[in-house]
Design a binder for this molecule. Structure first.
Ligand SMILES: [Cu+2]
Length: 358
């Protein structure tokens, strides 16, 4: 405690000496007796400001142009076009403000470098300017935020009732995908049932899970809304589908969702990009561990008829893993046995209780 007090006193003393020193300089400047040499560094710094503006500006423009294709893969979803439009509107508006303010900032630093005999104009306050530079950005920002909020509510709103539903689950380090099967209902899953075979934790005592199937790649029909139900089995991952402009966290213990409508089939995109090997991709967009880079899955956008064919060919998880289904059957048989025993015992008790109440 004493040491702390001494340190505090020393620090305060330093501050006092610093202020005294500064006061002395200021009085000498105002009395006109200041003989401080400005030196050559003032001019060097002024020129460096301009160099930074030109070189930095050029580097920024180059990085932007050079990475344009990587940042803007061709769009293949309805909402993707809307977000793209919003992105570029925002980019142009803030781009103009950015360039204007940065050019003025660096150029004026050069223009108004120190010169002997030149005094700065004392300009403490101007209400008109304050109002202008507060109101205009506030109105523009409010308009941008409102447009963004409106679009975002539409994108994240409830999915259409006839959406194709599929579940995407992230785990270290790959994606697992589950479709609801013919009944269009995803069955119950339980993390306690997860093992090497039952990776999803299927609870096959739930009838709606019997026809659920898993897939090695995602298939979705073109022009049809698709609802992704998103889960994580371990850590935070993110479902990222750049061409569809889809990104949503996969959070352990908290299911999330995202719905979108693909507008171009894989074949159409291959023709458009001129790349016969093009594949839509689902990638993880959160660094989730050592194998993060490998968390990828292909997405195939089919013509609706092809999608129906593909869907019909899929074999359910329970069909492919009869031993898992059998283990659930065994469990439920045991439960049925117990259930048939209990009512008999209960039947003996109930009349007695009923008699007692009479
Ligand atoms: Cu991940």
């Amino acid at each position: 405690m004493t040491t702390l007090g001494i340190l505090l006193v020393l620090a305060l003393l330093l501050v006092v000496f610093g202020l005294l020193f500064r006061l002395q300089i200021l009085t000498s400047i105002f009395s006109g007796s200041s003989t401080r040499e400005v030196g050559v560094s003032n001019r060097v710094n002024a020129i460096l400001f301009v160099v930074f503006l030109v070189v930095g500006g050029a580097a920024f423009a180059w990085s932007f142009i050079d990475n344009y294709d990587k940042m803007n893969p061709p769009i293949a979803s309805i909402h993707g076009l809307a977000t793209e439009k919003m992105f570029w509107t925002t980019m142009v508006i803030i781009g103009i403000a950015f360039v204007l303010t940065q050019v003025l900032l660096f150029f004026y630093s050069y223009k108004y470098q120190h010169q002997d005999g030149r005094r700065a104009f004392f300009f403490p306050h101007n209400n008109k300017i304050e109002v202008i530079w507060t109101l205009i950005p506030a109105i523009v920002m409010a308009a941008l935020v409102f447009a963004g909020w409106k679009e975002w509510t539409r994108i994240t709103g409830p999915a259409p009732k006839d959406s194709v539903v599929l579940e995407v689950m992230g785990k270290q380090f790959n994606w697992l995908v589950r479709y609801p099967g013919r009944d269009q209902k995803l069955g119950v899953v339980n993390y306690r049932l997860i093992d090497a075979v039952n990776e999803f934790g299927f609870d096959l005592s739930d009838q709606s899970g019997i026809d659920d199937f898993t897939a090695g790649e995602i298939h979705v029909p073109k022009g049809h809304p698709v609802l992704l139900r998103i889960r994580s089995r371990d850590v935070l991952h993110a479902v990222y589908m750049p061409n569809f402009r889809v990104q949503m966290y996969a959070v352990p213990g908290m299911p999330t969702k995202f719905w979108f409508t693909p507008t171009k089939t894989t074949d159409e995109m291959r023709a458009q990009t001129g790349n016969p090997n093009f594949n839509y991709e689902l990638a993880c967009n959160q660094i989730c561990g050592r194998g993060h880079f490998a968390m990828k899955m292909s997405i195939i956008v089919d013509e609706p008829d092809d999608y129906v064919n593909w869907f019909a060919q899929q074999k359910s998880f329970s069909e492919q893993n009869p031993e898992v289904l059998a283990s659930f059957k065994q469990k439920s048989d045991k439960l049925v046995e117990k259930a048939t025993v209990v009512p008999a015992a209960a039947a003996a008790v109930v009349p007695a209780a009923a008699k007692a109440s009479l």
